[in-house]
Design a protein around this ligand. Structure first.
Ligand SMILES: Cc1cn([C@H]2C[C@H](O)[C@@H](COP(=O)(O)OP(=O)(O)OP(=O)(O)O)O2)c(=O)[nH]c1=O
Length: 200
């Protein structure tokens, strides 16, 4: 079976590989990812992930299995996507410092018009941060392409003092939940990891 990761995120590619999937192709969805829609965060990421999957399905045609995802950070009911610039990153990190927030990733698996969409929530706590520390972190460049302006898998780990839920969900793909949905589509990751061929 042809598997397509409908994402330009290098983290998602790495996570799919770590799940045991091989031989998948990457097609970056070209959609308007506005995160200012009046939806609760879990619905927002579910909706955007479904839009990404459908956009790539329309672009490719055929019967490939398509995986798409979207991640946002939620703080006090506000949704934080990627920072527009360094000042936006400083603003987000200042708001997150010393507090707990939620990370939501929605994902969609789509094949032959049949779609399954789910989302996961992970709570993340930040230690308190000085303005100088925030400035240093922003100058690493790491925040710019990431929801909430940090990467837990990078230097951002130095800011995080606790999490509850799936760590990989924060990185952009809830590995355990996605594995279960893929199994429903006949893609058994553990069999693949063991060297088998049950990829559809
Ligand atoms: C909070 C957090 C987010 N992120 C990343 C995951 C996502 O790649 C990104 C959120 O942006 P998304 O819009 O979800 O994804 P993307 O634009 O990178 O890729 P595509 O739309 O093509 O699928 O933030 C981290 O890598 N680490 C973190 O700790």
């Amino acid at each position: 079976m042809d598997i397509i990761l409908a994402s330009g995120s290098p983290r998602r590619r790495e996570l799919l590989e770590r799940m045991g999937l091989r031989d998948f192709r990457i097609v970056t969805p070209d959609i308007d990812e506005r995160s200012d829609r009046p939806l609760p965060p879990h619905r927002l990421v579910e909706t955007i992930s479904a839009e990404k999957a459908r956009a790539v399905a329309a672009q490719l045609g055929g019967d490939a299995l398509i995986i798409a995802a979207d991640t946002v950070v939620a703080l006090d009911g506000a949704v934080l996507g990627k920072p527009g610039d360094a000042a936006g990153a400083v603003e987000m990190l200042t708001a997150l410092a010393g507090r707990r927030h939620e990370v939501y990733t929605g994902f969609t698996v789509l094949r032959d018009g049949e779609a399954v969409t789910r989302s996961e929530r992970t709570e993340v706590s930040f230690r308190s941060l000085t303005a100088e520390e925030i400035g240093h972190y922003v100058s690493t460049g790491e925040p710019m392409d990431k929801a909430g302006a940090y990467g837990i898998q990078g230097f951002g780990a130095l800011l995080v003092d606790g999490i509850r839920g799936d760590y990989f969900n924060v990185m952009g793909l809830p590995v355990c939940a996605l594995g279960r949905v893929l199994a429903g589509f006949g893609v058994d990751c553990l069999t693949l990891a063991a060297g088998g061929t049950k990829q559809g």
